[in-house]
Design a protein around this ligand. Sequence first.
Ligand SMILES: [Zn+2]
Length: 367
Amino acid sequence: MFDEKTLKELAAITAQGPILSVYLNVDTTQRTRDEYRLELRDMLKQIQSEADEADIEAARRYVELEYDWSGRGLVLFSRQEEGIWYAFSLAVPVRSGATVARKPYISPLVKLNSLYGRYAVALIDRQGGRFFLFQMGELTVQEGTVGESVHHLRQGGGSSSPGRRSGSAVSGRKEAAIIQRNWRDTIKSLELFCQTHRPRRLLLAGNETTLAQVRELLPKALQKIVGGSFAADVEANEVEIRDRSFELIYELAHKRHQDMVETVVTAAAKGQNGIVGLDETLSAAHEGRIQVLIVAQTYHEPGYRCQGCGYLTTQKVARCPFCGGEFAEIPDAVEAVVSQTVEKGGTVEVISDELMAETKIGALLRY
Ligand SMILES: [Zn+2]
């Protein structure tokens, strides 16, 4: 199972020789397995001259013989000569591509992790709730809680009592009390669920009236992580919940990214804790000052990495100003800073090019 820990582990890898990174989109409802195998062969052929034969063979063998085609995205990292091998089957689609470098190409994973990494959905009605935990788009935990039925009172009162009108006022009050109690119990269970599984975000699902009231009752800790809500029937199946939550997550990310770009650009303009531009970002990353890195999805720029201390720069200089080490040319300094930020515990947001047309890269700094 892919998680945040694995991402940090990948970010920390620097090999002596070329690592092969492969992303393969494998939605078998769209195309056949053979078509995907063919696509993989083509991709591997294109990087044949840069990659080790053993890694190309390992990737091919895995897809031919071991892969179970269960997910929508496949990610492989291989450097056989140094014992490096990772294979992840993801429940979310990826953009197909193969690259070769000294470090695993992790930007697409960083992006998916930020979107679908670890979130919960609470589907709540008047009687109880169902809670879902998703990791990288995959449903990993499902729990439910059921309180006292709300409907039996109304039905019971209606059929057994001849004085139906006066009876229904009483049962109406009773009903409201039961709903309140059910919601309190449901929220207690939800609190426990979130304490146990620690989702980064919580999405609420159900009918609008219920959710508006439930939201008021949530404790602060849960309110803080609520990202949004969507309408859903309490009987909705897992696939519906997953698909609706994907849509909402996508919308929320777009909004969050818009705000983030604005925050960074404004802070940079005011000379506060924001910076824009590659060289400034590389320097801040080296000092470990990056709290949030924002980067355009398809932005790449060649550069240099100090072989002594890892300092990244786009300027060709003879010796590292920090440690006196020698520089090695790297194909993508942008990817390198993404990796460095993840490794140092910063947050990375890979943002659509459309939102990053002017600011290709920037960051919010810790200090
Ligand atoms: Zn150095």
